[in-house]
Design a protein around this ligand. Structure first.
Ligand code: HEC
Length: 206
């Protein structure tokens, strides 16, 4: 024995007890878990730049789910009815609003109130009179590229969903709206009712 263990001064039925120190491996594990516990608390409360937060995970999962559903849209047509129909679809408008925030907000503001580009929330359009004009401007651009053309950069369905999103901004109240430009636009059409059978209802092959 390298150390001289102390014998405790109690004895039961002839059994005596050494006062051994707690072994080194026990201390090692104790402090290892202590440090891990502190580290884990900090990461789970404050979050870590190296780990996605629960919000980020949720966002990623729902975008992934939406992209999976993208296939179920089939090929949308840039008709007044289709644009007006998706403008009322909360789920697809949530998706389109993230595309808008990433690509259009720099010039139009995230709420469409306008900055470099015109206010998209008011009753007036510079290039837009009808709901289909929105699609034409987004796809082809306007004013010699001051408004860029997006048909080469996006899937055609994206351009249509963006058009629906812009249509849905009309009548909303932006944080700070740019002054109206252009002329009074026509009211958007009411979309034709469709059967409520979910995503795979493709009535009329449409
Ligand atoms: C680089 C700045 C810029 C970006 C980015 C941009 N726009 Fe524009 N947008 C403009 C400008 C400038 C105009 C006005 C063009 C004109 O003077 O005729 C415009 C016009 C429009 C119009 C027509 C408005 C009207 O009243 O005629 C729509 C709709 C529109 N943009 C949607 C979008 C969408 C959707 C995106 C993103 C995919 C986008 N814009 C990205 C600058 C931009």
């Amino acid at each position: 024995m390298p150390h001289d263990p102390k014998i405790l001064d109690h004895e039961y039925d002839g059994i005596q007890e050494f006062d051994n120190p707690t072994p080194g491996w026990w201390h090692f594990l104790f402090f290892l878990f202590l440090v891990f516990g502190v580290f884990y608390s900090v990461v789970s409360i404050a979050g870590s730049p190296y780990l996605p937060s629960p919000e980020t995970k949720h966002k990623r999962a729902s975008i992934a789910a939406t992209l999976k559903k993208f296939a179920s849209l089939g090929d949308l047509e840039p008709t007044a009815d289709e644009i007006a129909y998706y403008a009322q679809d909360d789920e697809w408008m949530a998706y389109a609003s993230s595309v808008f925030a990433a690509n259009c907000a720099s010039c139009h503001e995230a709420d469409g109130g306008g900055k470099v580009g015109p206010n998209l929330t008011d009753e007036f359009g510079k290039n837009v009179r009808t709901i289909e004009d929105i699609h034409t401007v987004i796809a082809n651009g306007a004013n010699a590229g001051a408004m860029p053309a997006w048909s080469e950069r996006f899937h055609p369905n994206d351009v249509i969903l963006l058009s629906s999103y812009v249509a849905s901004l009309r009548g909303t109240t932006p944080f700070s709206g740019a002054p109206a430009e252009g002329e009074q636009m026509e009211p958007w059409p009411e979309p034709a009712p469709r059967p409520e059978t979910g995503d795979d209802a493709a009535e009329g092959g449409g």
